[in-house]
Design a binder for this molecule. Structure first.
Ligand SMILES: *[C@@H]1O[C@H](CO)[C@@H](O)[C@H](O)[C@H]1NC(C)=O
Ligand SMILES: *[C@@H]1O[C@H](CO)[C@@H](O)[C@H](O)[C@H]1NC(C)=O
Ligand SMILES: *[C@@H]1O[C@H](CO)[C@@H](O)[C@H](O)[C@H]1NC(C)=O
Ligand SMILES: *[C@@H]1O[C@H](CO)[C@@H](O)[C@H](O)[C@H]1NC(C)=O
Ligand SMILES: *[C@@H]1O[C@H](CO)[C@@H](O)[C@H](O)[C@H]1NC(C)=O
Ligand SMILES: *[C@@H]1O[C@H](CO)[C@@H](O)[C@H](O)[C@H]1NC(C)=O
Ligand SMILES: *[C@@H]1O[C@H](CO)[C@@H](O)[C@H](O)[C@H]1NC(C)=O
Ligand SMILES: *[C@@H]1O[C@H](CO)[C@@H](O)[C@H](O)[C@H]1NC(C)=O
Ligand SMILES: *[C@@H]1O[C@H](CO)[C@@H](O)[C@H](O)[C@H]1NC(C)=O
Ligand SMILES: *[C@@H]1O[C@H](CO)[C@@H](O)[C@H](O)[C@H]1NC(C)=O
Ligand SMILES: *[C@@H]1O[C@H](CO)[C@@H](O)[C@H](O)[C@H]1NC(C)=O
Ligand SMILES: *[C@@H]1O[C@H](CO)[C@@H](O)[C@H](O)[C@H]1NC(C)=O
Length: 620
């Protein structure tokens, strides 16, 4: 995967009011008098994404697109921007509830549209029954079933707009003050007169700049990158990537059979880097972290009795055609991982679990489980989950939902279960969108709590996730110990779950996270909000969420040793006795791109002169 090298991570969005004597079009525009500029700094763009054959997403022209604002208060208002309004090109101002295929697709084919602004109040989602722009069957065609072989609309509310190609820029407005500024500007200057008469100049317009090196598809983009490389050091595309995190309970060379406990770390959204992923992924990886801690706390003598290893694995890039899990499986096939695929005993995947309504569901693949020995192991996992106190049902006939487990099953029939809170369709109606936030979860803090108290507050969601984490940990223990009953010492900590919820869903700036990080740790990890779950591009190395998770994981499951940095990085050379801690217990497997995938993510560097951030360009 790849995205262009962006020199300035800044996407200017300007609100402009001016007395125009001519239409906005034309090579030489008229001087703009009495200009008022407002730069909207909180707006987030939709960006260009390329795969092998197609491009999706959005971008502006070189100097940014300019159009007259028009509010779409109802779907009928679209005819003004598409047909009757005399001041095209327009930039429709679209409330979140109208951000759907019916409104957005007709805009694509019109020459009268310069861009679009979508107003999304990400602090208050109660007014929207659903908001998801993933496909109805996410990652369809990249797993074990043929393209269109997914006969279930798992994400039944998905519009699929993430996969459409728009010929103009689209920005999201979420900051209340900025949205109010834009609406005020529209109401004052652009509102239609009596009997829908057109407003007069001056008109309120907006300039959207999000210029990217979109060049049709990945192959073209990479070729152009390498051509440019010969002339200038500029790279047009950068791979999308980060790192998977794998943590082994037992050093890898001690066992020949391993139970994989997996989940994913990343989500996505229509708007760049606005992917909170609260219900899609965060609550899932919190559950697995808590289970990992529960097992790592066991006395080392108990752990040494286990017959199978347990690999806690967190995949990155799964939202983009399973980059992380396909990379791990690829490495296994190449004998470049800790384990080969043959050594995988079984896989237990934690899917979305934040909205249990009574039962949990164990999803399994009907095709591989035709083999009785595969089904035997799968059935054993389901039985152990029940023995561990979870109320789990298995639906043997239904195909697997989108799951990292599918990448394992592509190359080997093995026993595996995806644990989830849904049977037929995601309960999460905001799957992989900017609104998949903490406000959709039942995570309310009593208003009397300050940061310190909220951090350690065990509410109903924390209690539920703790119960699931304990069940998962017990199941993994029984599977690895070949035992039918659990170990009462294996219990997840509700305080850990509470702290993880606060840190990954509310803000990382809290005493717990600060206490885990070394003094010289990356300060960018400590912020007043939750970290984005967007995978990011590989050239910026590992994204903040992955770095933080690695630290948290080390603290919850690791052991502190006093070593200097040199010795820590090369324990073999320095004959460090407890070297397994560094060489094997925690390993990072970079996903980067695999030869089979070649999905690229391209952003064109913003070449807009810095001046343009302050001045309206006179030519465009
Ligand atoms: C959230 O949106 C709903 C419906 O639009 C509205 O009734 C409610 O007042 C809003 N809440 C806040 C806190 O803005
Ligand atoms: C590329 O993306 C388009 C649009 O989502 C899709 O139709 C196509 O199948 C994808 N191609 C590949 C090779 O993945
Ligand atoms: C929004 O505007 C109000 C009033 O002008 C101001 O007090 C407040 O700080 C602003 N909020 C933000 C987030 O800029
Ligand atoms: C608006 O339209 C109505 C009916 O078509 C007409 O009677 C009225 O005069 C119009 N008003 C103006 C200000 O043009
Ligand atoms: C595993 O590797 C460590 C360090 O490389 C070594 O000391 C140990 O003897 C190995 N254990 C087995 C069972 O091979
Ligand atoms: C991986 O190791 C197995 C067993 O040693 C061997 O059969 C296989 O050819 C190896 N695969 C690669 C790609 O090297
Ligand atoms: C906790 O789980 C129970 C039973 O599965 C469910 O009824 C309840 O709504 C859950 N609460 C939260 C906050 O998830
Ligand atoms: C099925 O699994 C059980 C352990 O759960 C094992 O004892 C039995 O031999 C297995 N049967 C087959 C056919 O693999
Ligand atoms: C948290 O766990 C502890 C120890 O298991 C238990 O005593 C306590 O009641 C739990 N707190 C909540 C709020 O569930
Ligand atoms: C729990 O741990 C304690 C000591 O850490 C040990 O004595 C006890 O046997 C363990 N219980 C079980 C059921 O393994
Ligand atoms: C984890 O962090 C706590 C502080 O919150 C610290 O006391 C403890 O030693 C750390 N544990 C490890 C293994 O680093
Ligand atoms: C780091 O520790 C190793 C072994 O304990 C020692 O040999 C080495 O000199 C130390 N290096 C520094 C820079 O202190």
């Amino acid at each position: 995967m790849c995205r262009a090298r962006v020199r300035a991570w800044f996407f200017p969005l300007l609100l402009v009011i001016g007395s125009l004597t001519q239409s906005w079009r034309g090579v030489r525009s008229q001087a703009v008098k009495e200009k008022v500029y407002v730069t909207l700094t909180h707006a987030a763009p939709c960006v260009r994404l390329l795969n092998n054959t197609h491009q999706t997403g959005c971008q502006s022209t070189f100097r940014g697109n300019v159009g007259v604002l028009h509010l779409l208060a109802s779907p009928d208002d679209i005819s003004w921007v598409l047909e009757s309004g005399p001041h095209s090109p327009y930039v429709p101002l679209i409330p979140a509830r109208l951000f759907n295929r019916k409104v957005m697709l007709p805009l694509r084919t019109s020459t009268r549209i310069a861009g679009a602004l979508v107003m999304i109040d990400d602090k208050n989602v109660t007014s929207l029954p659903s908001f998801s722009h993933e496909k109805r069957c996410p990652n369809d065609g990249y797993g074990i079933y043929k393209p269109d072989g997914c006969d279930v609309d798992w994400n039944e509310v998905g519009t699929g707009l993430d996969f459409e190609d728009f010929p103009f820029p689209i920005f999201m407005l979420s900051d209340k003050n900025e949205t109010d500024d834009v609406i005020k500007c529209y109401e004052k200057h652009n509102k239609l007169g009596v009997n829908d008469s057109a407003p007069d100049y001056p008109l309120c317009a907006v300039q959207l700049s999000s210029h990217m090196h979109a060049v049709t598809d990945t192959v073209t983009c990479r070729r152009r990158s390498s051509l440019q490389n010969n002339l200038t050091p500029q790279v047009v595309c950068d791979p999308l990537g980060s790192s998977n995190i794998m943590n082994l309970l037992i050093p890898a060379n001690r066992t020949k059979s391993v139970v994989f406990a997996i989940t994913r770390l990343d989500s996505r959204s229509f708007f760049w880097d606005r992917s909170p992923g609260a219900g899609s992924v965060v609550t899932s990886f919190i559950t697995l972290l808590a289970a990992a801690e529960a097992l790592a706390k066991l006395p080392i003598a108990d752990i040494n009795l286990l017959e199978k290893n347990i690999a806690f694995t967190f995949f990155q890039g799964e939202a983009f055609d399973y980059i992380g899990s396909s990379r791990l499986v690829f490495d296994m096939l190449q004998n470049r991982s800790f384990f080969t695929l043959e050594e995988v005993d079984s896989v237990l995947e934690i899917g979305q679990v934040s909205r249990p309504v009574g039962d949990l569901w164990a999803h399994t693949d009907p095709i591989s489980n035709v083999d009785p020995s595969v089904n035997n192991g799968t059935e054993e996992l389901v039985t152990l989950l029940k023995n561990a106190g979870l109320n789990v049902s298995r639906d043997e006939k239904r195909k697997l939902p989108p799951a990292s487990l599918q990448q394992f099953l592509k190359y080997r029939n093995l026993s595996g279960v995806l644990l989830s809170d849904y049977q037929n369709a995601f309960q999460n109606k905001y799957y992989q969108s900017v609104l998949d936030t903490v406000s959709n979860l039942d995570l309310e803090y009593p208003s009397s709590l300050d940061t310190e108290k909220a951090l350690n507050y065990v509410g109903p969601l924390a209690a539920n996730l703790t119960r699931i984490a304990t069940g998962v940990a017990q199941t993994l223990y029984m599977k690895a110990a070949r035992s039918k009953s659990g170990d009462h010492n294996v219990t997840a900590s509700n305080i850990t779950v509470a702290r993880l919820l606060y840190s990954f869903l509310v803000k990382t700036n809290n005493s717990w996270i600060r206490s885990l990080l070394d003094k010289d740790a990356d300060k960018s990890l400590i912020v007043e909000h939750a970290l984005s779950t967007y995978v990011g591009v590989a050239f910026i190395s590992v994204n903040p969420l992955t770095r933080l998770l690695y630290m948290v994981m080390s603290n919850l499951t690791g052991k502190r040793v006093s070593l200097n940095e040199t010795a820590c990085k090369d324990p073999v050379k320095y004959h460090v006795p407890d070297q397994e801690i560094f060489t094997e217990r925690i390993g990072i497997v970079p996903p980067s791109r695999t030869p089979r995938l070649n999905l690229f993510y391209c952003l064109k560097p913003s070449k807009v002169h810095p001046e343009c951030n302050h001045h309206f360009p006179t030519h465009w």
